[in-house]
Design a protein around this ligand. Structure first.
Ligand code: ADP
Ligand code: ZN
Length: 519
């Protein structure tokens, strides 16, 4: 018989010792407490409920939305001699009956169940007649609308607490920003649960964000620094994935495409090659990566902005699982900001969802434009109080030069305001630079007091100013997706001269070819 958590860890799972907070969590659960566990992917969440389930009387019921991963987990447990099974739509009727029989007979240590199955009145009735060691709610962020992976079925899981208040519950997730965390607590009624929050820092990953000017050349230079290494290149569209993969392959790099538009056989083949061969570069949409556990991925490159900080963290987190140095690299520009805003505005989502998506984009932009330690911002997004410099991000290694852009920022904001907050960056920049074209005449904008007041900065410089103002939340795009600019509540202080604006040097004024008044 096993008696202590450590005995089980060693004898059943074959590991010498616990990692991080595992032991404290296991002991807390074994004693019948409730817990909310925030731990990064690969941190070892599974043992936090598997061991208590073995220590306690009855079956541990694990709710998981990932049918594909259930079977792997159960196979591994069975191989270790644990009585484990799963119930989901992939089982035929006869296998289902057999699993239910084992469950009712008290023969199972662990039972993995898809949420929609667990919540049937039939299954809840079965639970009533058996002894349950604990409920583990894996991927608990699925209950949150703010999270990236909302699943309506998860909302129903409150019934567990209502019907079986005596059974301890443990909710686990690798998505830990404070808003998601609050929503999990609220939705799953975990107010009294103890929270175990691990650090999300991935110290071996270096972070770098660059301005996009010539994506292919930039990507090639980056990959050249990682020749022969396995890596993932993320792009937004399927078309771009195909084109980039083909182009890299032509340049002699072992690159393969992966996206939902490829047939299942090709996807499976490319994934297998990435996992088994050395030095394959997977060019992919976000469809790639979930459940991929390849320890020696040396880099993750983003050619386009990811959807959110969580997305960025998950995607870059696929690098360096083996603990050896790895690099997260991203390029972006003003066009990306506008594209992303438009994608959000034009999506089919409800207004509330769009508002959430916009906020997420904003924090991502703040990260991209940051002049301070990126790790600090990244971990800050997860509510972690990390203080840089980390020494392992571009901003720490080569501190960016900034300049006082208060006056140009005021000019930009007034030009947006004076033209009625109805135009995109292109036209407002033309106003600032005093470009006297047909449109300007039709709109009568050459009469504006802001016409030509920014001739000292060239177009490229202004684009950089607008990009950074957007990222800093001093300007916003319209909610309808036309790419028009408007002021925000934060713009006022800048216009009133109460706030100085420091921008990255890529926007520093250079003598423009079109000086309006040359004496
Ligand atoms: P998560 O669910 O948090 O992503 P897993 O539970 O799948 O992580 O664990 C990730 C990997 O770490 C697995 O291969 C697991 O066997 C291993 N692992 C977990 N805990 C320990 C430990 N205490 N000692 C050694 N390996 C561990
Ligand atoms: Zn840093």
């Amino acid at each position: 018989m096993h008696h202590t958590p450590l005995d089980i860890l060693r004898n059943v799972f074959g590991y010498p010792g616990f990692r991080g907070q595992q032991q404290a969590i296991v002991e807390h659960m074994a004693e019948g407490g409730d817990a909310l566990v925030l731990m990064p992917t690969g941190g070892g969440k599974s043992l936090c409920y598997q061991i208590p389930a073995l220590l306690r009387q009855g079956t541990g019921i694990v709710v998981s939305p990932l049918i594909a991963l259930m079977q792997d987990q159960v196979d591994a447990l069975c191989a270790a001699g644990v009585a484990a099974a799963y119930l989901n739509s992939s089982l035929d009727a006869q296998s289902q009956r057999e699993v239910e029989r084992q469950f009712m007979a008290g023969e199972l240590d662990l039972l993995y169940v898809a949420p929609e199955r667990l919540l049937t009145s039939r299954f809840l009735g079965l639970i009533e007649q058996t002894e349950v060691a604990l409920f583990a709610i894996d991927e608990a962020h699925c209950v949150s609308q703010w999270g990236h992976d909302f699943r309506p079925e998860y909302r129903g899981l409150t019934v567990l607490h209502e019907r079986f208040p005596q059974v301890p519950r443990i909710a686990l997730t690798a998505t830990a920003d404070p808003r998601t965390r609050e929503e999990i607590v609220e939705r799953l009624a975990l107010h009294d649960a103890r929270q175990f929050v691990s650090s999300f820092d991935r110290p071996n990953i270096r972070y770098r964000v660059m301005l996009k000017h010539n994506p292919r050349t930039q990507l090639m230079q980056f990959i050249d620094g990682h020749r022969g290494a396995a890596g993932i290149v993320y792009a937004l569209s399927r078309k771009k994935v195909d084109e980039t993969a083909a182009w890299l392959a032509e340049a002699g790099i072992e690159a393969l495409p992966y996206h939902a538009g490829l047939d299942a056989a090709t996807r499976a083949r490319n994934q297998q090659r990435f996992l088994r061969e050395d030095g394959v570069v997977m060019v992919a949409t976000v469809a790639f990566g979930m459940g991929i556990d390849k320890p020696d991925v040396r880099f993750v490159a983003h050619l386009d902005l990811p959807r959110s900080m969580e997305g960025y963290y998950q995607e870059t987190g696929r690098a360096g699982r083996d603990g050896l140095p790895a690099e997260a690299w991203m390029i972006y520009g003003l066009a990306d900001v506008v594209t992303m805003s438009q994608m959000i505005a034009q999506s089919e989502s409800a207004d509330e969802r769009k508002r959430i998506e916009r906020q997420k984009l904003e924090s991502l932009l703040a990260y991209a434009e940051a002049t301070r330690c990126r790790r600090e911002l990244l971990l800050g997004a997860f509510g972690e109080d990390y203080h840089g410099p980390c020494g392992r991000c571009d901003n720490c290694m080569e501190p960016p030069r900034t300049w006082d852009a208060t006056v140009p920022a005021q000019k930009a904001l007034s030009a947006v305001y004076r033209s009625g907050q109805r135009f995109g960056a292109g036209h407002v920049i033309d106003i600032l630079r005093g470009v006297d074209n047909e449109r300007m005449g039709q709109l009568g904008h050459e009469q504006l007091s802001t016409f030509g007041i920014g001739a000292e900065i060239d177009e490229k410089g202004w684009r950089s100013v607008f990009r950074q103002l957007l990222a800093a939340g001093l300007l916003a795009t319209d909610a309808e997706g036309y790419g028009t600019l408007r002021l925000t509540s934060a713009s006022r202080d800048v216009l009133l001269g109460k706030q100085v604006v420091h921008l990255r040097e890529d926007a520093k004024p250079v003598r423009s070819a079109r000086r309006r008044r040359d004496s």
